[in-house]
Design a protein around this ligand. Structure first.
Ligand code: AMP
Length: 212
């Protein structure tokens, strides 16, 4: 049985980068609510239209809507052997709904990995984040540079532009950070220092603290 994992940390802390790698190596799905919302936005689906305003302003999509989408996803067959949730839960009500949903199935989150990066570094990182529109791969011009041959096609997420970054950080501190204590109380929290190291080193730090 694989693990049911939640990734915690500010936007830009490296959750997504680490989650993708962990999911590959553990052969379990990587479920990013941000990716789900962005895909719907790109495709102009009804959900995309519903969430557009929240994403553009750096605010949070309403809890119930977000939880319904995650509950749907977790019931798919590929989640039977564990998964990595990235960007969810993002508020205490979401964390509580997730606990209740899992309890109803006799399940629980095994581990919440909190990647800890100071705010000053977050702002610097988000402004240097770029992604490949074809593959969705995420790079950082400073900390995780892309291969030179694809550098020209990389794009910056609209919500990584400076006007939105401050709003997202504020949302993180006010609404998302309390989840760290929630998982600590459940005995599921592990903390990983996320600065002064590249993605390979952070990955090693995570493997060191995951339950064996
Ligand atoms: P992310 O890629 O995780 O930074 O998410 C991008 C945006 O999607 C966020 O700024 C929110 O507007 C929205 N979003 C992603 N996950 C959630 C969530 N769990 N709850 C509410 N909104 C979310």
């Amino acid at each position: 049985m694989g693990l049911r994992i939640v990734m915690l940390g500010a936007p830009g802390a490296g959750k997504g980068t680490q989650a993708v790698r962990m999911a590959q190596e553990m052969a379990i799905p990587h479920i990013s609510t941000g990716d789900i919302f962005r895909k719907n936005l790109r495709e102009g689906t009804p959900l995309g239209k519903q969430v557009q305003g929240y994403l553009n302003s750096g605010g949070l999509v309403p809890d119930q809507l977000t939880c319904d989408i995650v509950a749907d996803r977790l019931q798919q067959a590929d989640c039977a052997n564990g998964y990595i949730l990235d960007g969810f839960p993002r508020s205490l009500p979401q964390a509580e709904m997730l606990t209740a949903f899992l309890a109803g199935r006799g399940e629980k989150i095994d581990v919440a990995v909190n990647i800890d990066v100071p705010d000053s570094e977050i702002v610097e990182r988000l402004s240097a984040r770029r992604s490949d529109p074809d593959t969705g791969a995420v790079y950082n011009l400073k900390f995780n540079p892309p291969p030179a041959e694809i550098a020209d096609k990389l794009i910056q997420r609209d919500d990584d532009k400076p006007e939105t970054v401050q709003a997202r950080l504020q949302t993180y501190h006010e609404t998302t950070e309390p989840i760290i204590a929630y998982y600590e109380k459940q005995g599921a929290l592990v903390n990983v220092p996320g600065s002064n190291a590249g993605p390979d080193e952070i990955y090693k730090r995570i493997l060191d603290v995951l339950p064996k």
